[in-house]
Design a protein. Sequence first.
Length: 153
Amino acid sequence: MERLDPRVRFVWAIGAIARALVVGVVATGIVVFLTDRSIWIGFGVGAVVLALGLGHALLRYRIWRFEVQDDALYLERGVLTRVRTVVPYVRIQHVDTQRGPVDRIAGIGSVVVYTAGSRGADVAIPGLDPERATALQHRLRSLVGESESEDAV
């Protein structure tokens, strides 16, 4: 199975830092305005959230895998709850590539696979080199085309 680009850890770490800052500021505000305790409690809460977020980002990277199989796209992900997803090519509607601002800074992108279905009708593969994302998009598109011709009645 294929792993994600290691640069995705940077993107996920930026998200963890942003969340820790927000939680730390809110906790500090609560401590300062609602209690007479030290502001270090708020900083401590932010530090704990930061440590948990960075740990989650590292574990998430170690677990995330995907594979383009003969008849389906297979994904494994999840830290606390492991999720294994099989997306048959006949269910794929279209495939996009995406690059957000932090992704562009890190030099990575994502492939988003939109499927026919009601629950979770899209699957994203984050943390891909832009060339790999484009190549994967084209490969999935060709495999979808092949599966449509085989599935035709």
